[in-house]
Design a protein around this ligand. Structure first.
Ligand code: GTP
Ligand code: SPV
Ligand code: MN
Length: 596
């Protein structure tokens, strides 16, 4: 039975049920009783497994289909009415054609199944910045994940019904269907505020509040409404005086956002009283505040984090967040004590275990036990360093925006842009080695502007324009930086220790924002001098630090040539054309001139 008298909601749910023909429709009210019942049904069907409830209370294990382990960029579409509005970086199809095609796939696909109606809110529903949606799904796994990742249930419907326009909600339709790769579609219809996803059961493809809504659709809404939706973590650094300064940072998928968002400062910092507080680890919505600063909220309620590599040394806060009420996906099942394991958790892979595929597994055969993109879904409230401002309706004021990717060479440890426009240029030329977070990508470095390549819901050239325009609206804009934790030496080993020691770089960044640190000017922007980075308590030679802070002009000339090709000639098989703002060409010309 419907939980609302909202006519627009009910009419749409009926319409979708008429297409998908579920045996029954169940509305999710958000109560613990209902979630407990769903967990039981999911256990009974084998969709999830109950883990050791003494060691991991409230924790479950799920395995996806073998062909369904990550996002699928080649099957993701932005179906704006005009092809040119989707732009060169998105797949496009005419919306009417796409609806017709998908309706055939959805037709009767929920026969014999239950359709769950999940009312969800991004950010706390009472916040003026909240956006509401309904996800329809035939997967209990999706319901249980959405319950962790977003705010769901009756509370959300109440807020939608009393909002300015109760018909203004995101319409998300998800069906597992047959999990067929060749019929998998993740489709955004920006003008309709609608998302249709079919033939997948994997996180980013099916938790429609996350990438599909909070980035693809929200970036489109943000452009129209004058705000920004970004693939960014948000953190606060508390200094010994007790003052907290915030930054937001965009790194591509599996490039260190969760790790940085929860970092534990090195001992020398901790002793002085520095602390880091996590506001968000994946998505930030940014608005200009009444005080002329940029303010950020985390629209999510949980973490959908990469498991491999997470351990008590690299990210204890993430690990502690997952010790209760967490759903693990595609990790190793330790049969001895009914717990979980993944590569990099510790040096003792379980002997009596199943790999992510559910096969008997022994690490001695050299194979990986957990999928490289295996994940945990954990409530953010369980994070030991969660910020007191995590649910603050107005968000937190941002002093610095940081961009970065996996760049084995060329890009130094950190540099600061000269101003907002130069910062937009720096963000637009970001590149990174691809990771396991998406299926079917060729290995190597690719351009991933603002870490938004897979997530921008409109023309990337217009997105750059929006960034430039936003700069003009912010009286006190954040300073813009670029970092690279991933420089390697000749034997391919990382030069910079990373993780907690990234605090040393963050300190310089924050001090630059408040005119408390020095820098030198280089062809690419401001860099710290080696002595500006605090290396107290760190085993690193002066030569290594100098190397990390070097701008190699030859490599950067190659880089500039690469940027030119990317801007002017091609992006995949398309061109930015005249929608690439002239200001960015000007910045490129300045870079070329500076390099001589
Ligand atoms: P998404 O959730 O996919 O958006 O990814 P994310 O950006 O949150 O990535 P995450 O923090 O989970 O990092 C993924 C990988 O990067 C893990 O294998 C980490 O071990 C590795 N990593 C994170 N920080 C560092 C660092 O400072 N140095 C090095 N060398 N590796 C890092
Ligand atoms: C990413 O790939 O950037 C993620 C995981 O954060 S997913 O939700 O699958 O997109
Ligand atoms: Mn992400």
């Amino acid at each position: 039975m419907s939980l609302t008298s909202n006519k627009a909601v009910n009419a749409w749910v009926d319409e979708m049920a008429a297409i998908t023909k579920p045996d029954q429709v169940v509305w999710i009210d958000g109560s613990e009783e209902q979630l407990a019942l769903l967990r039981k049904q999911s256990l009974d069907s084998g969709e999830i497994l109950k883990l050791n409830q003494e060691k991991l209370p409230g924790c479950y294990l799920h395995r996806t289909a073998l062909n369904d382990v990550a996002r699928v960029e080649h099957r993701t579409f932005i179906c704006s009415r005009k092809e040119e509005d989707a732009g060169p970086t998105n797949n496009w199809m005419d919306p009417q054609e796409m609806y017709a095609k998908l309706k055939l796939l959805y037709s009767g696909c929920m026969k014999g199944r239950t359709m769950y109606v999940i009312p969800f809110s991004m950010t706390v529903p009472e916040s003026p910045f909240a956006k509401f949606g309904i996800e329809l799904t035939d997967s209990i796994y999706v319901v249980l994940n959405m319950a962790i990742m977003t705010r769901i249930g009756t509370r959300v419907l109440k807020c939608l019904d009393s909002s300015a326009d109760p018909a203004d909600f995101t319409k998300g339709l998800h069906a597992k269907a047959g999990i067929e790769e060749e019929n998998r579609y993740i489709v955004q219809f920006p003008e309709d505020n609608a998302i249709w996803s079919i033939n997948s059961g994997y996180g980013g493809n099916v938790l429609l509040g996350k990438k599909c809504f909070a980035l693809r659709i929200a970036s489109y809404l943000g452009r129209n409404e004058g705000w920004m939706a970004e693939h960014m973590l948000i953190l606060g650094i508390e200094n010994p005086q007790g003052e907290v300064r915030y930054l937001a940072a965009a790194f591509p998928s599996a490039c260190g956002k969760t790790n940085l968002a929860m970092l534990i400062p090195p001992e020398v910092y901790a002793k002085k009283g520095y602390k880091v507080w996590c506001v968000g680890d994946d998505i930030a919505w940014l608005r200009v505040g009444p005080d002329g600063r940029l303010w950020a909220v985390n629209p999510e309620a949980g973490f959908f984090g990469v498991a491999p590599g997470t351990n008590m040394k690299s990210n204890p806060n993430a690990l502690k967040s997952t010790q209760a009420n967490t759903i693990f996906t595609n990790v190793v099942h330790n049969l001895d004590d009914n717990t979980v394991w993944w590569e990099g958790l510790d040096k003792n892979p379980p002997k009596n275990a199943l790999n992510w595929k559910g096969e008997k597994w022994d690490s001695a055969d050299g194979s990986k036990g957990a999928h490289p993109n295996s994940r945990f879904t954990a409530p953010a409230s369980q994070c030991p360093c969660i910020s007191s401002e995590f649910e603050a309706p107005q968000g937190v004021p941002i002093s610095a925006l940081v961009f970065g990717g996996r760049r084995p060479k060329t890009v130094p440890l950190v540099y600061q842009s000269r101003d907002w426009q130069h910062g937009v240029f720096v963000a637009s030329i970001m590149g990174s080695e691809v990771t396991a977070a998406a299926q079917g990508l060729a290995a190597g470095v690719r351009r991933d502007p603002m870490a938004m390549l897979p997530f921008c819901g409109y023309h990337m050239g217009d997105y750059f324009r929006h960034w430039l325009d936003m700069g003009k609206k912010i009286a006190n804009p954040p300073k813009i930086f670029n970092v690279n934790w991933f420089r390697v030496d000749d034997s391919g080993d990382f030069i910079w220790p990373g993780y907690g020691d990234n605090m040393r770089v963050l300190e310089w960044i924050m001090k630059r924002c408040f005119n408390e640190a020095d820098a030198r000017e280089t062809p690419i922007g401001y860099l710290p001098k080696p002595e500006d980075i605090n290396v107290e308590g760190l085993d690193i030679s002066k030569e290594t630090l100098e190397a990390l802070l070097t701008v190699d002009k030859d490599l950067w000339r190659e880089e500039a040539a690469g940027i030119k090709a990317y801007y002017a000639e091609k992006f995949g098989s398309y061109k930015f054309g005249d929608r690439l703002p002239k200001e960015l060409y000007d910045e490129l010309a300045t870079l070329e001139k500076n390099l001589g």
